[in-house]
Design a protein around this ligand. Structure first.
Ligand SMILES: [Zn+2]
Ligand SMILES: [Zn+2]
Length: 135
């Protein structure tokens, strides 16, 4: 997993109005099949990486909404792409690997909410959590 050593990773929304740079090594990276991730991304799953807010630099206008448990999701108001998320006041932020400019920079280390995995989607060769590993 040499990609985790990466110094700087860039990404952004689909229309290009919002851009971000992450510096240093992510704290962890995973792949989530939960209902919120599925709906927020309109996708079958969400591969993500967690960093400290201090490692992130964001350019552009964002809007946000909060899930039932208070997780705040920031998105581009022009194209609707999700850009990052985090709990207000928490030092950690989560980005999605689908937002990154280059492929293959970060590899998920575990899967979460595999009870929601699509039956046609094979498991990665990483630890499998039925639900949230922290729950
Ligand atoms: Zn956009
Ligand atoms: Zn999720």
């Amino acid at each position: 997993m040499g990609s985790m050593e990466t110094d700087e990773i860039t990404g952004g929304c689909a229309c290009g109005a919002v851009r971000f740079t992450m510096r240093g090594t992510p704290i962890r990276a995973g792949l989530c099949h939960c209902l919120t991730c599925r709906k927020a991304h309109a996708a079958a799953f969400n591969p993500f990486a967690v960093y400290l807010r201090a490692q992130m630099e964001v350019d552009g206008t964002l809007q946000s909404w909060r899930t039932e448990n208070g997780f705040e999701l920031f998105f581009c108001p022009t194209c609707g792409s999700r850009v990052f998320g985090g709990y207000p006041g928490d030092p950690e932020v989560e980005i999605s690997l689908g937002s990154l400019d280059e492929i293959g920079r970060i590899t998920p280390q575990y899967e979460s909410w595999v009870i929601r995995r699509e039956p046609w989607l094979a498991a990665l060769d990483v630890p499998q959590n039925q639900r949230d590993p922290s729950a």
